[in-house]
Write a protein that binds this ligand. Structure first.
Ligand SMILES: [Zn+2]
Ligand SMILES: [Zn+2]
Length: 171
């Protein structure tokens, strides 16, 4: 499979209304989400790129890929490796104004690496969880409830300082 961190759209020589589907590989960079580093996998990500030539000498682009991320769960901080489904679109029409001006296309060169990075980050912002229904942390003792199990509960406040703290928060 062709490795393509940037891709020359002009090289496809498409006429208006024509399209092409490409299977490419893109190098992934580590992601930083909410101050935490996440490692994407695989490092060379297979992507499907649909390129259509629009009227006015522009391009309509669709990017699809399936990546995984490894890092702490956003709710309970346990290790998580969620699947990230990317399905993103860009439109680039020269002189078409801000809405038709893709930040990833300069001239006829598509910065596929930057697009993949941003598209994965966008999906991941809401999705780095150890399980889709991760229950998060116990509000009393801050243990991860997913690993503590359903039996985990407290008879009463374990430490009077917590109760004190809660009173203060209510004020
Ligand atoms: Zn979790
Ligand atoms: Zn607890």
């Amino acid at each position: 499979m062709a490795r393509a961190d940037s891709f020359d759209l002009g090289g496809l020589h498409l006429h208006s209304g024509e399209g092409r589907r490409l299977e490419l590989e893109v190098e992934q960079e580590p992601l930083e989400l909410a101050g935490t580093r996440y490692e994407p996998a695989p490092q060379r990500l297979p992507v499907r790129l649909d390129v259509s030539r629009t009227t006015g000498g522009g391009y309509a682009l669709r990017l699809r890929a399936r990546a995984t991320l490894a890092g702490p769960c956003m709710r309970c901080l346990e290790p998580a490796t969620p699947a990230i489904e990317v399905d993103a679109r860009e439109i680039e029409v020269p002189g078409g104004g801000e809405e038709l001006d893709s930040p990833y296309v300069v001239g006829e060169l598509l910065d596929l690496r930057a697009w993949v990075h941003d598209a994965v980050a966008l999906v991941a912002t809401a999705q780095v969880l150890c399980a889709p229904d991760c229950p998060g942390l116990c509000p009393v003792c801050a243990v991860a409830l997913a690993s503590a199990g359903p039996e985990h509960h407290h008879e009463r406040e374990p430490d009077p300082r917590w109760a004190k703290l809660r009173e203060l928060e209510l004020d």
